[in-house]
Design a protein around this ligand. Structure first.
Ligand code: DLL
Length: 452
């Protein structure tokens, strides 16, 4: 079966480019195309009261965009702006031209809706097709989508991308791990599509049922929608014997499809004919030095229904403009290392949950299933990290457990620079997500519990 293919052959297969005309466009031509599309977008959003008002005050318009540097004259758009103009206050087309409406994955606050025209839906499928093919999908393949279908953009976005490639899609949707495994074993999909944490849940679920996860038919995984680490990739790849690819996007600027990895897996190629991505210091809003981490700020270039200018994603990543071995000419972004707003400040130290995960994966016996609990019983913050152990390590021997706790605590101190109490918990005792995992329980009442 598929799972037995040598990995190198799979890497070769993943080497294709879906749309070479767009993905390998010489930089000069790409910049010219971006400029033309930016002007058209500015013209288009002059219909939107939020931008119209700003343009009027600043005396701006499509005519003001002479070079790409003029992007910096355009206003930022924030999640709060979208919320203030709900529902659909950013619509740039008449309502009857809207073909679909999705929404943010908000767990709190007002959900924000995003709209698409029929043309937007075609563009979106193209964007997803590109990264899916870059990561091995072929027309003769079958892909199982274990993302939520609904307002969340993951399920439908990837679904239509797969169809665009001409592959078969199994819209399994999120959850019911046992059913996912049954489907997988009956239908032999080569490709699995979900959040990275759910991929591990599927592997765990298989073991529980006495199925060796590596014997499952899948060969490629496309994972996104939440942060994950290089260590987690290794874990997923070895558990499931697949090649795992990262892809990034957010509903406000389309959904999945902003960027995705090629076989070099050295950053995600940004689809720059459809987006301009800036990397800015979140305080000064000036560009960070080349290659430094900063907040990604995204401008839509091709969207009809709801193009956004300079959308502040709050995602922290680095940009890499050096050429890639795959031949694509686009800028790459690193993994998202955190969000400006999931950044925890613990006793004055900035900590991202992804750092805790990195620490856990360095310790044999710990799993990447964890929950960070922060409290402030007196004046100082206290951190407890609940960590699930591998079943074979879990034992009644207090001394062994104590040593493991200390190891983990030391690693957390090294990676994240904070002292944390580590509580080892039984395998499978931390609630599993079928979508995006919740990693933080902040009881201090300081951390804004936002969506995404
Ligand atoms: O999560 C879109 C998506 C679905 C992307 C499926 C990839 C695959 P939202 O629900 O609006 O949209 O959440 C967007 O999720 O701002 C990031 O913080 C986070 N995120 C998305 N992809 C990644 C990734 C979808 N590959 C928010 N790595 C974004 C890290 C990611 N974080």
């Amino acid at each position: 079966m598929n799972g037995r293919d040598p990995v190198d052959r799979r890497e070769e297969e993943a080497g294709r480019i879906w749309n070479p005309g767009a993905e390998t466009l010489p930089r000069e031509e790409l910049r010219a195309l971006q400029l033309e599309r930016l002007r058209a977008t500015v013209e288009r959003v002059s219909q939107v009261p939020f931008y119209r008002e700003h343009f009027r005050r600043q005396d701006l318009g499509a005519h003001s965009i002479r070079t790409l540097d003029d992007l910096r004259r355009l206003p930022f758009t924030t999640k709060e702006d979208l919320r203030r103009h709900q529902p659909l206050g950013f619509l740039a087309v008449p309502r009857h031209e809207v073909a679909r409406i999705h929404g943010s994955s908000g767990t709190t606050g007002t959900p924000t809706f995003v709209a698409y025209t029929a043309q937007d839906l075609r563009t979106w499928s193209e964007l997803c097709a590109r990264f899916l093919v870059a990561g091995g999908l072929r027309p003769h393949h079958t892909a199982q989508v274990a993302f939520g279908y609904g307002l969340f953009t993951g399920g439908f976005g990837l679904h239509y991308g797969i169809e665009r490639v001409g592959a078969a899609v199994i819209p399994a949707a999120a959850g019911n791990t046992r059913r996912q495994l049954d489907i997988m074993r009956e239908l032999d999909p080569e490709v699995l599509i979900c959040t990275p944490s759910y991929a591990l849940t599927i592997a765990d679920g298989a073991r529980e049922l006495g199925i060796e996860p590596r014997s499952l038919p899948i060969r490629y995984g496309h994972f996104g929608g939440e942060p994950w680490s290089e260590d987690m990739r290794r874990e997923i790849e070895s558990e499931l014997n697949i090649l795992a690819f990262n892809n990034y996007g957010l509903s406000e600027v389309f959904g999945p499809g902003v960027s995705g990895e090629c076989p070099a897996r050295n950053g995600m190629h940004i689809q720059e004919d459809h987006f301009i991505v800036e990397c800015l210091d979140p305080e000064t809003l000036e560009p960070v030095p080349e290659g430094e981490p900063g907040e990604l700020v995204i401008t839509n270039l091709s969207r009809e229904a709801m193009p956004l200018l300079r959308y502040r994603t709050r995602d922290i990543a680095r940009l890499d403009r050096t050429p890639c071995a795959c031949g694509r000419t686009t800028t790459r972004m690193s993994r998202v290392t955190g969000r400006t707003d999931d950044m925890l400040i613990i006793r004055g130290v900035n900590v991202f949950p992804s750092q805790i995960e990195e620490a856990l994966l360095r310790v044999e016996g710990a799993t990447p299933h964890y929950l960070i609990e922060i409290d402030r019983p007196g004046t100082l913050d206290e951190v407890h990290v609940k960590v699930e152990m591998h079943p074979e390590i879990f034992s009644d021997r207090m001394d062994r457990m104590q040593t493991l706790c200390e190891r983990i605590s030391r690693e957390i101190q090294t990676v994240a620079g904070i002292r944390a109490h580590v509580d080892l918990v039984e395998p499978r005792s931390i609630e599993r997500s079928v979508g995006k995992a919740k990693r933080v329980l902040d009881k201090r009442g300081l951390h804004r519990d936002d969506d995404a």
